[in-house]
Ligand binder design. Structure first.
Ligand SMILES: O=C(O)CCC(=O)C(=O)O
Length: 364
């Protein structure tokens, strides 16, 4: 079914990411051999088991908000919650969700041109530093998900910044198959996208094999929304003022925990099997009380205000769309602090917004 050349894509990507290091580097922790993620029947919790590190249950404790496009929140996003939540209904009419699995990795592989390559992240101890260092076609990635990816401890993850400019083989733009929810349509950072202060685009296509994920990080100035189209994701989200000890960021300069290692570190903190059948799960006992846990299912959109730390694990092979933006209220709240920390950035941003406003009123 797959072209013989396909393996070279992943092999080359791995070489780009870890140089000529022994191939063992991808299997050194043994996680792939010993790891199991089980979703509860009610869809609200995930138990992670690792023979070497223990068992931990993560139970969803995050509010669901029914969402109607054009109605539920103001177009500026001013009345969005100040806490992470899950919006239900944003994706209901999206073509990307038609037939349930329209944007599954299998369907994307069929619909994308073979020559189109997508940026990858990931790899052992590399997740944060490997952004867009290598790329593969969707067909190569599909094969990776069911072959080498199964034995890689922290699998490669398509984290592609070109969703806005990509087309399927038949010419349809990817971005025409979903709609940005109206409350996220006004990005105050749009005026500085592409500049030194916002070099990365705001919109990403994420396609991740089971056990791939995004290591812990925050977006200090930007809100984010992430819609899941296929698969299942497990999120742990900490408030901006969390004690940094919970983030597991302080293990030394070269230490770069992949998402799966982060989750298993917590599992290792338990002496005996964690009981997921009660509300007294791992999260409740070990993590700070404001921690949000989300078991995200297709059609659900996670909303994150700026500054909330998050770590995300693909429990099954998953496809998602991820956007970041500066809401008007956040620009107003954070500008002064930004000015004190980085005057050049703050002034550049303010001036760009003023230019944008002047151009818009000239165009009227
Ligand atoms: O779905 C994921 O892997 C999370 C993505 C994420 O954290 C981000 O885009 O900031």
């Amino acid at each position: 079914m797959f072209a013989a050349a396909a393996a070279n894509g992943v092999a080359n990507a791995k070489r780009r990411l870890v140089g000529d290091a022994d191939d063992n580097v991808w299997h050194a922790t043994g996680i792939a051999r010993s790891f199991l993620a089980e979703e509860a029947e009610d869809g609200r919790s995930v138990t992670l088991r690792s023979s070497s590190r223990g068992t931990a249950c993560f139970r969803d404790n995050t509010e669901r908000v029914p969402f109607v496009h054009g109605e539920t929140f103001d177009v500026s996003g001013d009345d969005l919650p100040d806490k992470p939540c899950v919006l239900q209904g944003c994706c209901d009419s999206w073509h990307a969700m038609a037939d349930g699995r329209h944007w599954s990795v299998e369907s994307l592989a069929e619909r994308c041109t073979e020559g189109d390559v997508f940026s990858l992240d990931g790899g052992p101890g590399l997740a944060r530093n490997s952004m867009s260092e290598a790329s593969v076609s969707m067909l190569e990635y599909l094969r990776y998900c069911s072959e080498d990816g199964e034995s890689d401890d922290a699998p490669l993850y398509i984290f592609d910044p070109c969703i806005l400019t990509r087309a399927f083989r038949e010419g349809t733009m990817l971005s025409s198959e979903y709609t940005v929810p109206h409350c996220f349509s006004q990005d105050k950072m749009g005026a500085i996208t592409g500049s030194q202060y916002r070099p990365l685009p705001p919109a990403w296509l994420l396609v991740g094999a089971a056990r791939s994920g995004t290591p812990i990080h925050d977006h200090p100035l930007n809100a984010a929304w992430n819609s899941l189209l296929d698969g299942c994701k497990l999120w742990v989200i900490f408030p901006p003022d969390v004690d940094e000890g919970f983030l597991l960021l302080d293990e030394g300069e070269d230490y770069d925990l992949s998402a799966v290692e982060w989750f298993l570190w917590w599992a290792g903190g338990l002496a005996s099997a964690d009981d997921c059948s009660t509300e007294d799960s791992l999260a409740k006992r070990l993590l700070p009380s404001q921690t949000k846990i989300i078991v995200q299912h297709p059609g659900e959109t996670v909303f994150l205000p700026p500054g909330w730390w998050h770590v995300v694990l693909n429990i099954r092979t998953s496809t998602a769309i991820s956007y970041s933006l500066a809401l008007r209220r956040d620009y107003e709240r954070h500008w002064l602090a930004l000015f004190e920390e980085d005057e050049a950035f703050a002034v550049f941003w303010r001036d760009a917004l003023e230019r944008e406003k002047a151009e818009a009123s000239r165009a009227k």
